[in-house]
Design a binder for this molecule. Structure first.
Ligand code: IVH
Length: 730
């Protein structure tokens, strides 16, 4: 690292190189922070890098870059490209890392479809290309639109750029009237090297737009080249495209995945030559090893192998989870490793008070990415124990100053795998995990059975407050344009925002205020106006986002969506949640003691009857709602918002839309999982138990107490055939 050279001692060449690196590092840190909510470095480190950048720029004003971090606030929202809605969502894939994950994938699919081990179930296997995904829309055979994935529902219009890619046909013959082709834009190793060489040469001659900033890897180069506002720049970049999937289509392409890919090739798209049809999971693993063996000589980056159920009618039955299809999985290649020195351990306090140890590392390159931080999980992990007290790393503990092995798998936060005892210095001491919150000095308590130590400061802990706010504005929550983690933190520090409700009072308080906001560093008239407008737009928020944004422990995106769908409105859910207020259980000191007491409350059973909602979440929800301070924050927020009811999905013309259905006994035509998925797709709520809210019981052979209870309560009961007839799928 050259960072330590005093600014005065830098040559112009060194300065240019360092500014390039700083621009890249800070941009990466910014987007990790804003977009992924997964900071790569501490704020202090971030600020130090910014200061260093400013100092070098002050000494070498001629070298200030167009993309200099000093010219930017927060993560630059991708401005400039028009947004386009995807008619069929662009999904991501769930991951498998071990062979056992692959057999489990096969088993889950068989269970869902009701297939036995003996039934045939074929898959396709193909390389997972490490590039950027792109959707190409053809109407009457003509390319009319190209869009990036974006958040899956909405991407960026990059049509003009896509037209510059030789692998992408402008016209296709014999295609359905409407066809969206999906695939990956990537850059070959050779083209990547040549491009970087060209960038350096242009920089040396002081021309070229990137000002000497090389791309870190082919994926970044592909992404950066595709997302060029000036499409002629894209033309000069050697991008390629593999087609592997499709979105909207007016006619089916084929009956199987494998044949559909063959059809894409016939239509004139490049498809990956290593795509195979595999008869079982054993064949998938064989193809995985085959592809892995060829990885180094392919000439482009791949990061795993994608498996997909071959039969497209099975794919349709399996359907989708919230962001991934049930019928596909990415089997990733093993993580990349490197050894480095552990320089220190920082403790970060999360929004639920969890104390998370973060390793500060001497920077090291792991698979092409410079890593200077890694997670250390929790105190047991540092001490060499797992959650149940068993030994990990044969009991070797991790100490500051140790040589540690870092690894990255996929895009996740790097982890520490092992420690080299032979390099440990004689005077080293075991790490002592703090028992006080490093921020508010409240006791950090570890409850029995919990691997995590938590700050007990609650609302008084500044770290928790800030983290809650960051969570509140994150992408899956309120996602307010121009108000990312960095801005929230600054506003909080100055006392402008204490709790989420304050965000909605910002304009009233500081807006006249515009003046005041404009006077802040990094804000101008336009950005201030835009911010207030973006906040106004989010005053109307769907129930699921509102719930997720509250940052209640265990209430993730999926559970929030489940609750929203089930209860439909905040008023309905709130009424149930309030049912436990005033219960003596709330006086119990911790979750473990509270649970059995809470289970007496009617709210408890009502919430638990919602399919997919478990005891731990219910306990956490009821506790949060009954705590006066937390409750006040929620109420203040709700008062300032219009919380939009969540309608049951796809319910148009559905005979079961909005109805609460319970399945019991064994089903014969499909498995319970499939029945539930279909009912939900038709807008029904599926519940695990019969209550006065139940509209319909579907009872297969062997139905017992639920059928009896339904009969007593006069709930309509159907057998499986009756159900299929009702939903028009007999
Ligand atoms: S299929 C419905 N196949 O991986 C499933 N994706 O982690 C859609 N990717 O967003 C994806 N190679 O950008 C599929 N052979 C392949 C792929 C592939 C690369 C990317 C794609 C996707 C991401 C998910």
């Amino acid at each position: 690292m050259t960072r330590t050279i005093a600014v005065e001692g830098l040559s112009a060449e060194q300065a240019a190189a360092e500014l390039a690196r700083l621009a890249e590092d800070l941009a990466a840190a910014n987007s990790a922070y804003h977009t992924d909510d997964a900071p790569m470095m501490s704020d202090a480190e971030f600020d130090a890098l910014k200061r260093r950048n400013a100092a070098i720029e002050a000494r070498f004003p001629a070298l200030v870059r167009a993309d200099s971090p000093s010219r930017q606030v927060g993560a630059a929202p991708a401005e400039g490209f028009e947004k386009v809605a995807h008619t069929v969502r662009m999904l991501s894939l769930s991951n498998a890392f071990e062979e056992s994950d692959v057999t489990e994938f096969d088993r889950t699919i068989r269970n869902f479809l009701g297939l036995s081990e003996a039934d045939s179930l074929a898959y396709t296997a193909e390389p997972k290309i490490d590039g950027v995904s792109l959707s190409l829309r053809y109407e009457s055979g003509k390319l009319v639109q190209a869009a990036t994935r974006g958040d899956g529902s909405q991407g960026e219009n990059v049509t003009e750029n896509a037209r510059m890619i030789a692998d992408i046909p402008q016209v296709i013959a014999g295609a359905p009237a409407i066809l969206e082709i999906r695939g990956e834009v990537y850059m070959s190793h050779a083209d990547f090297e040549a491009l970087n060489a060209r960038i350096l040469a242009e920089a040396a001659e002081d021309r070229g737009k990137r000002g000497g900033k090389e791309f870190a890897n082919p994926r970044n180069a592909a992404a950066g080249s595709l997302r060029q506002l000036d499409a002629t720049v894209t033309r000069a970049r050697p991008l390629r495209f593999f087609a592997y999937a499709w979105g909207e289509h007016s006619e089916p392409l084929a009956e199987t995945q494998f044949d559909a890919i063959a059809r894409l090739a016939e239509l004139g798209f490049e498809t990956n030559p290593l795509t195979r049809r595999c008869e079982d999971s054993g064949a998938l693993l064989a193809q995985y090893r085959e592809i892995e063996a060829q990885r180094a000589t392919l000439g482009y980056d791949i990061d795993g192998v994608v498996y997909k159920v071959d039969d497209l009618s099975y794919q349709a039955r399996l359907g989708l989870r919230s962001t991934t299809p049930r019928w596909a999985i990415a089997h990733k290649f093993p993580a990349e490793l490197a050894w480095t020195r552990l320089e220190g351990i920082d403790i970060q306090v999360g929004r639920t008070g969890a104390l998370s140890p973060v390793a500060r590392l001497q920077p090291v390159t792991v698979g092409g990415v410079v890593v200077s931080n890694a997670t250390l999980h929790n105190e047991d992990y540092i001490a060499g124990r797992d959650n149940s007290g068993g030994l990990i790393r044969e009991g070797r503990d991790i100490r500051v100053g140790d040589w540690v092995q870092v690894y990255r798998a996929g895009d996740v936060i790097p982890k520490i795998a092992d420690v080299d005892l032979s390099k440990r210095s004689a005077g080293s001491e075991p790490y002592e995990f703090p028992t006080l919150c490093p921020i508010c000095r409240s006791a950090a308590i570890r409850e029995e059975g919990d691997s995590v130590r938590r700050c007990s400061g609650g609302m008084i802990c500044e770290a928790q407050a800030v983290e809650k706010l960051k969570h509140f504005v994150s992408r899956a929550a309120f996602d307010i344009e121009g108000l990312g983690a960095k801005q929230v933190e600054a506003f909080h520090q100055d006392g402008w925002i204490q709790t989420p409700a304050d965000i909605f009072d910002l304009e009233g308080r500081y807006g006249t205020g515009l003046q005041q906001l404009q006077n802040r560093e990094g804000w101008g008239e336009k950005s201030a106006k835009n911010l207030f407008q973006a906040i106004e737009e989010k005053r109307n928020i769907p129930l699921n986002r509102f719930l997720f944004a509250l940052g209640i422990r265990h209430l993730g995106e999926v559970a929030a969506a489940t609750l929203a769908r089930h209860f439909g409105s905040w008023a309905a859910l709130e009424a149930v949640l309030d049912g436990a207020a005033g219960e003596p259980a709330m006086a119990a000191p911790d979750a473990k003691a509270r649970k059995p007491l809470l289970s007496e409350s009617p709210s408890w059973s009502e919430l638990l009857s919602v399919d997919g909602i478990g005891e731990t979440l219910v306990c956490s929800l009821l506790t949060a709602m009954a705590q006066p301070a937390e409750r006040a924050v929620i109420d203040a927020l709700a008062e300032r918002l219009t919380i939009a009811d969540v309608a049951a999905p796809a319910s148009e013309g559905s005979p079961v839309a909005g109805k609460t259905v319970v399945f019991t006994g064994s089903l014969e035509k499909m498995t319970r999982a499939e029945a539930k998925a279909r009912a939900e797709a038709l807008g029904a709520k599926v519940s695990g138990s019969v209550s006065k809210k139940t509209d319909l019981l579907v009872a297969g052979p062997g139905a017992g107490s639920k059928a009896k209870k339904a009969a007593e309560m006069g709930v309509e009961t159907l057998d499986e055939d009756g159900w299929l007839a009702l939903i028009g799928q007999a």
